[in-house]
Design a protein. Sequence first.
Length: 209
Amino acid sequence: MSRVYVFDHPLIQHKLTHIRDKNTGTKEFRELVEEVAMLMAYEITRDLPLEEVEIETPVAPAKAKVLAGKKLGLIPILRAGLGMVDGILRLIPAAKVGHIGLYRDPDTLQPVEYYVKLPTDIAERDLIVIDPMLATGGSAAAALAALKKRGARNLKLMCLIAAPEGIARVQEEHPDVDIYAAAVDERLNEKGYIVPGLGDAGDRLFGTK
């Protein structure tokens, strides 16, 4: 069973409160989402392997640690996932970025792929799939399945806010994928929105209705 990690760092929680606030405008909302994504990336990369190298400081030779060449990839689910990418790239500028676009079929209510563009070596990368809201879990589960179909093996799911229903679906369909969130909220309402949530993340990021 996949594990769920909820980041309770005070800075993350403080900024998340302002993200939730309906009075937060588009510009500030976008900046806050980027900042929280960067702080979450700091936590999600805690287990990256290190190796020892020898360097010269201005004072003396020294043995020090650097990342051990682990290849990372960021896969935002369009469109709302885009709002978190730049914040993560500030911390991990060498990460490759792929994109997955999904829409919900109005008749079947099932997610349908409309765009997939990925790094060519995804099988060798640790991939972080990014979507601000894990609501029903349909889009996230479909994105994870699409990546596995194309050879991905090491996957994590990162979101700002998750609903219990979405967590349950991802755990059922992808028990090997751990979930990282800034908050787990109460439930979904009849329209599939997370309660209390923050509304539609894509609309608030891009100023659309």
